[in-house]
Design a protein around this ligand. Sequence first.
Ligand SMILES: *Cc1c(COP(=O)(O)O)cnc(C)c1O
Length: 363
Amino acid sequence: MKSPSKYLREDLSKLSPYKPAKEPCVIKLNANESPYDLPEDLKERIWERVKRESFNCYYDPSCDELRQALAGCLGIEPDKIFVGSGADEIIYDIVLAFAGPGREVIIPVPAFPSYENFSVVSGARVIKVPLLLEEYSTDRKWRLDVLKIKKYFKKGTPQVMFICYPNNPTGDYFEEEDIIELIDCFNGIVAVDEAYYEFGGRTFINRLSDYPNLVIIRTFSKIFSLAGLRVGYAVADETLIEEFYKVKPPYNVSLFSQIAASEVLKNVDWVENVRRKIINAREDLKTKLEGISGITVYPSSTNFLLCKFEISRDYVYQKLLEKGILTRKPEGEGMENTLRFSVGTPEQNEVLIRSLEEILKGS
Ligand SMILES: *Cc1c(COP(=O)(O)O)cnc(C)c1O
């Protein structure tokens, strides 16, 4: 008998299969989705267009309409934009194109888990550099360990570095000067993940002309409410974009997803309204969380809040789940006893606050 385990890749043995919790819940605050679905009339416009297409034929492999629309919004040539099946595909394509066997990827941690997982799948070696936490009287800031990262630049020759800006799961921006200092002396591809760009407004897109080794990652899953349709994109120099086309699956974005993303981009007023609602809800939620004793809240420029508890997070997580609220336990350096809450609607946030008050009072 041939045992299937004999044929597995040994270097993947430490990866755990991505099968996230599908706990039954009433309020889903674990994946930083938007709490607002697209309005009915916008959905209707998308159906109407999709209906007229031929499902039997492959759709546009280079997403021309969507790239044109994005180019208009960003003030950037369409040839500097690449569209993928979610930002996750963009991360995959980056490590396939620029990392791979015999190469190294440097990741400040904690960070979005796909950077490490996909790098390992590509065959690359991963170097993780823990963030530094500066605690002032009221402010708490996660910083890049610039000195340590720069040591790795000299020691080995990493080919790819990921910077999540603002960082998931810690929630806020790193110092811009620190990132610039790193980009200035790094001889490789710097991928700046701006999945939460719209909630904080800072970007490295305008630095692309200074740094041709920069790749900006964006997504339609957060502010644009399209997590279920899988659309993300990269912005970079044409030379790098050409490499994406070498590694991507041929028809990576479905016709449905391309059309939906293009239509959502025409509804800037709706998106702006959602943006304002979520930011207001975030600030309100933050103030109320800070009012509960036993919780430390970190600053956020995203649609989620990272909180540290004085008691066991597993207990709080489980108690919240019993009340129908699904949250996230972030992994990695410094994340002990933390939970991450997506910002929901004001009503959902109210339920979260009341539940936490009860749980911590009873503990
Ligand atoms: C949500 C998220 C993504 C993934 O977005 P998709 O487009 O849904 O694949 C990428 N990076 C970060 C930091 C995220 O939080």
